[in-house]
Design a binder for this molecule. Structure first.
Ligand SMILES: [Zn+2]
Ligand SMILES: [Zn+2]
Length: 224
């Protein structure tokens, strides 16, 4: 099924490397932007002060100060994986049970509004959260295209609330952008600000055009 193929590519971006499950209460380290389940990263930072993925020091003494809930990422995960909340909860219980530990986060009842496959329908989305069809392509002016991997999946549909920041994070990983480089996202000739939502971009740059919304990416030297 096409959906299965598409999911395989994106899975690595929506899973937590600590528990190997889909992200739950996605929480991002502000220093390096790596994302984990909240309970997994909190547990890790109780006895470490580095990022489990890249080893950057999160904070010398109080690493919990430098993590933030990543609601948009969590929304993406729930939307891509119908029924996730319940199944993930069960899997995690077993995971911690096996290790003889209690699940570090005792959670309130499911809040996942899309927690059943029947609700995973476009009609449901469009009511409160429109999806926007996107196409990514390398900027034609890019001279150092060779430094970037090919994007296996150029088309996707995203919540209109997704921001440039999230798309850039996705692309940085997907394109294997080398360290010291960053990406600019460009729409209709305009470089986009990281806080712009897809809805904003659509309205301000694409209203008179047909879907998909084409975003081009361009490599640039990172300042930091
Ligand atoms: Zn986890
Ligand atoms: Zn990291």
């Amino acid at each position: 099924m096409q959906n299965t193929v598409r999911m395989r590519g994106i899975n690595e971006h929506i899973t937590c490397s600590l528990c190997a499950g889909y992200l739950i209460e996605a929480t991002t380290i502000t220093e390096c932007l790596h994302t984990f389940c909240k309970s997994c990263i909190v547990k890790h930072l109780q006895s470490n002060n580095d990022c489990p993925t890249c080893n950057v020091v999160v904070h010398e003494t109080q690493p919990l100060l430098n993590i933030r809930p990543d609601r948009t990422m969590q929304d993406i995960v729930y939307k891509l994986v119908p029924g996730l909340y319940k199944s993930e909860q069960k899997r995690r219980e077993e995971f911690y049970l096996e290790r003889g530990e209690s699940d570090p986060s005792a959670r309130p009842p499911p809040i996942d509004p899309l927690d059943s496959a029947t609700e995973f329908s476009h009609t449901h989305f469009s009511r409160d959260d429109d999806l926007i069809s996107l196409k990514f392509e390398p900027d034609s002016s890019v001279t150092d295209k060779d430094m970037l991997q090919d994007l296996s999946r150029k088309f996707m549909r995203c919540s209109s609330r997704v921001t440039v920041y999230h798309l850039k994070r996705f692309l940085l990983q997907k394109l294997c952008v080398p360290a010291l480089y960053d990406l600019d996202l460009v729409c209709n000739g305009q470089t986009l600000h990281k806080d712009n939502t897809l809805k904003f971009i659509w309205i301000s740059h694409w209203l008179k055009k047909d879907p998909p919304l084409v975003l081009s990416y361009r490599l640039k030297k990172s300042l930091g």
